[in-house]
Design a protein around this ligand. Sequence first.
Ligand code: ARG
Length: 583
Amino acid sequence: MAVPSLATVVADRLTAAMRHAAPDVDPPDPQVRESDHADLQANGLIGLARRLGRPPREVAGEVVAALAARKAGGPLAGCEVAGPGFVNLTVADDALRHQMAARLADERLGVGEPERGLTTVIDYSAPNVAKPMHVGHLRSTVIGDALARVLSHLGGTVVAQNHIGDWGTQFGMLIQHLHEHPHTGNHGIEQLVELYRAANATFDTDDAFAERSRQRVVALQAGDPETVAVWRELVAESTRYFAEVYEHLDVRLTPRDTVGESLYQPHLSGLVDDLRTAGLARDSDGAVVVFPPGHVGRDGSPVPLIVRKRDGGFGYAATDLAALRHRVSTLAADRVLYVVGAPQAQHLRMVFDTATAAGWLPDHVTVAHIAFGSVLGTDGRPLKTRSGHAPGLSDLVDEAVARARAVVADRNPDLPAEALVERARQVGVGAVKYADLSTSRGRDYTFDPDGMVSLTGNTGTYLQYAHARVRSILRRTGDEVGEASAGALLAGDGPLEPAERRLALRLDSFGDVVTEVAATSEPHRLCGYLFTLAQAYTAFYETCPVLTAPPAQRGVRLALCRLTGETLRTGLDLLGIAAPERL
Ligand code: ARG
């Protein structure tokens, strides 16, 4: 069990004191936070006063008295009522020193394992075969990967599901076009994109080709060996391209996580039968549809979820229903997260509601749409290339890596070319991911390649730089681990400086923040935390000399440096961002 944070311990004590002072009401969350006015501040007592219908300052005074009467041995050195009924809390120096020593001795840095025993299926990335990945796939990939890392770090079992689009009528025209114009040589993604464009153009203008394409779909569905072989080749080529992108982005998805839409095809007709038997699906104009209750369009009429199309084919919705059933029954998910753009909100709600109505979602299972907003250009409009398309993911990443290269080369004129390439990749990719993850995910954000590699401000580059600065100090001590130890912290005496206290309190809450990210599926909370941690470290470094301090103080400060470095590195890793030793 991880040692709880001081904020948690203090919150528990305040809750007990509230129970003591007002035994007849349910105590509200005391809302203990770090504060500019004291080490910690509790704002939740105002809620207690409201429940009691009494003046907040008076109630806060009674709770503080109850706390003072029971505080023996606790971490608090002082508490007083402030403002309209807040409580300002001061933590004892020794409690801070002990807490930091416990964190330093714990390789998990105070992060607990609340996810142990829980299985989370995460549906993310999900690009489409024979199409380039675009900026929407970038967001899904980056957010999904961060959530996967956080949940597994908290002890959970994570099953990644890359629900790639590898099935559908478009494969008829792609395969038919390839059949009529065989490719030679190796087919990269560029060639696939060109194939898509050419097949589409012919399909739109040549009726005979369109008809041959439709027959090709029938052949594919019937398992015609030649057709299936070409289809497999298309999927394999795309999968190789996806794998390259994931590797370049330090994303943990592998081909083993790929569960394409095609895999669910054998189950769809049974699924539609089951929906009929359950009285949920019915015929409508030759199609089979479900009207999950509560889904109405702008004109107030019910919106159908189409599970079988008029041409007899099964579409996106049927596949999603089959996938959900598989995730719950076979993968034994306790939680299923769909990291998919906001425009698919209605589709997913209808899928979830239909699955619930069909009895495929037991009560203990939660399903959630982890929606995200759009990426905007610096003109404030959704990103578009000059030709009007969503820009390819690789173009965006390449742009950031080029900017990062300039930053790194400027700081390290003598860096060998190979090292420069790798460091620029780590910085550029980290910048793209951080820019994405640091905005709360429902909101749109602006893709600004220059701003995102800035060494100052709330950027991934700034955090990597803060980490590298810490590492540089520790390198200069030679024997970093011996000196910067838990023992050094406990041996320290004399009062801690305000900047040391601030830093220690920030370090202390790492575990609470990681737990919060898992509970809310909001990685921006971890970004915000790491940014304030880096700022607290900078303030500490500017006011508290480390290497030139007298021995006892030097040990304490080095220990704080080491803990800061490890917390930054671990936090960045949970976001999928590298923490190079040097920038
Ligand atoms: N392939 C889809 C797209 O590119 C995303 C799939 C999302 N996942 C799902 N289960 N529907 O838009």
